[in-house]
Design a protein around this ligand. Sequence first.
Ligand code: F0G
Length: 464
Amino acid sequence: MTKKLSAMDRAEPFKIKVVEFIKKTTRDYREKKIKEVGYNVFFLTSDDIFIDLLTDSGVGAMSDNQWAGIMVGDETYAGSRNFYHLKEAVRDIMGFPYTVPTHQGRGAENVLDRVLIREGDAVPGNKHFDTTKAHIEDKKGTAVDVTIDEVYEPETLHPFKGNLDLKKLEKVIQKYGKERIPYILITITCNSGGGQPVSMENIRQVHEMAREYGIPLFYDAARFAENAWFIKQREKGYEDRPIREIVGEMMSYADGLTMSAKKDAIVNIGGFIAMRDKELYQKCAAMGVLFEGFPTYGGLAGRDLEAIARGLYEGIRLDYLTSRISQTHYLGNGLKDIGIPIINPIGGHAVYVDGKKFLPHIPQTQFPSWTLSVELYLESGVRGVEIGTILEGRDPKTGKERLPRLDMMRLTIPRRVYTNNHMDVVVEAMEAIKARKDDIVGLRFDYEPPVLRHFLCTLERVNE
Ligand code: F0G
């Protein structure tokens, strides 16, 4: 599905100037540590982790150029020159004249939703990210998932599994009425669907439907550059178009976006809202003052704004994107080759292991993918994360476990941080786990917090 790439294509377009040592530990040590933290990998300290694949957010390696930008941070309360650099980068790359900086992606979601959402509104989209959904619900709106059905079929090879189903979308619009839909949201790439891209054709069709009904279209653009790379690789007519042009076309269909710069702008902290409409900008800027800070810093230092401005340009480089995504595919293909069930096709920023299928003897109520993340840590000091039953939580009304259709362990790859040798460690560890998988026992709660239980719960083995 993805075109074959040469070694030159896959090679990192950078060399390494600074390194940070990481610790290899023994199995006995890890056994002790994971027990101490109640089998919850969120409680591990990073010193006890060899390879951290918990997230790709805020954990990328900045370039020498970004670090140089940190040194020219203008720490002025109002009017920092770095803000104007960011605003210009957003205008130049994405085409939006107005930018409101925020401390990270969820800050942008909060400000935009406070301005746009009223009680009873609906925001249709393709599998909204957790914080995105939570912010919509916080404003008493509903996030309605209209992703194509293929996203729920791990084996189905579809080049753009993040696509929105236009029939589902139209039904939602008719059900709620356009006055109750403040905006349609396309998440590019679709993280909760497995890092799956959305095609330009689909974006265009959603744009047309949105225009027909007079509903604004927004993007959750955290991984917009990776989405553009997939369009170039997989969509007819885009093979020879530069990433910048593809990004420009994608953005031309939207009224605005929220951005977690911690992903495709390769910074450790930061985000923004960008938009075309002056009035919306004025409302967001005013709301932003309350929650994020004055609109020329938005909860960030001037140096952070500069790093984002520079990172946006690096994030859309074709050579970088090719090496970055081919590393994700290197890991995914390595796992496939040894018979580990993963979500297909492999996405941009992460490989998702189908834990339910890999450990079929562990009932979903004993959390197979969470158990697998514990085993992976025990085996090798690698930290992955469950995107499954524990994350999903109980039905707030009935108190029953919700048992999502997909119960997965996500192996998320930070940008410019690890080498393919590190990916081999993961594959080797999964092979060792596979050899002893029938002896693995599931987990039950020792402490289950009422909300966001994955962050704070502790567990024990069911046979303890
Ligand atoms: N939207 C998407 C698609 C995301 O993946 C994230 C964060 C956010 C919004 C929120 O941005 O963290 O800057 O506030 N995803 C991280 C992850 C946390 O691990 O997938 P944020």
